[in-house]
Design a protein around this ligand. Sequence first.
Ligand SMILES: [Zn+2]
Ligand SMILES: [Zn+2]
Length: 304
Amino acid sequence: MSRGRRAPETGRLIPPEPSVVDLHTHTGRSDGLLAPAELVAAAAGAGVRTLAVTDHDTLAGYRELVAPGAVPLPAGLQVLAGVEINAVARHLDLPDGELHVVGLGVDPTAEAFEAALAGQRGERRLRFERMLQRLRAAGLGVDAQLAGLNVEEGDALGRPTLARALVAAGFATSVQDAFARFVGRGGPGYAPREGLGPVAAIHAIRAAGGLPVLAHFSAAPSRRALLQELMDAGLAGIEVHHRSFDAATVSAMGAVAEDLGLLPSGGTDYHGDGETYAEAIAETWVPSRIATGVMAALGAGIAP
Ligand SMILES: [Zn+2]
Ligand SMILES: [Zn+2]
C-alpha cells in the first residue's frame, strides 16, 4: 500500500487520454475495500482493458475471480494474477524501511510461491495483533469497529484496516490522519514488519514465473545503485506511473527506467478509501503500451 494515494494538490496529473491499463490494485482479500468482483466491474466500467489484481501476500482475490462457478469476467477485460510483497529493508536508508515489490503474471498454482505467501500472511497476522495490542494499551481500542469491517478469516489485513477502524471509532478523521498520528512508523500503534527482504521477494516472484516490479519508489532517481543491485537479483520493472505521482515524477521515473533498462509499469494502487475506482483511474496515467510491454515480457518468457 501507499499512503500517498491521492494526487498532490499541486501538479495534479490529468491523463492525456483515459487510461485503459491498471497493473496495481487491491481488494478486500488484503487491505482494499472492494470485493474482487466489485473491483473488476468498476475497472471494466471505467474502460480498463488490462487489470492486475495485486493484493498483499495473497492470490485469493484472483482465485475467487477465476474459480469454477464464478461470475464471468466482464467482456473485453484481461485480468492478470499478481501480488504485492512489502519487503522488509531496514538495512537500507528508506523512509518506511520497506520496498514494495509487485509480482505480475505469477502462476497461481505454484506451490512454493503459495508457501512463501502463507509465511508472509502469518507474519502479517502477528504484526496486526501486535499493533492491536499497542493501540489497546494506548487507550485506542478498535475491536468493536474491526468486527464491523466485514473482514474474513485469512484476509491479508494491514495498517489501512486498522486506520479505517480508528476512523470508525472517532479517534482519527481520515485514514491518512490515522497513519500520521497512530499507525505510521513511530506512532503509538506501530509495530515493525517481519518477513521477506527485497531480494527474497524478487526470487520468489521469478520462481513463480512472474515479473518483479518495484512499486511507487519515487526515490528511484537518486537510488540507482540500489536499483542495479535489485536488477542483479532479478528485478524486471519499476512503476513509472502511480496514483500518487505528479507529472514531474512520472517523467523522472520514466527516465530512470529507460536508462537502466527496467520495464515500465504502473497503476492506481487502488484500495477504496475516499474515492471511487473511476475517480482514481481518472487521475492516473498508464499508457496502453505499458500493458503491451508487460504482456510481451511475460509471453517471451523473460521470467523463467
Ligand atoms: Zn499497493
Ligand atoms: Zn505498496
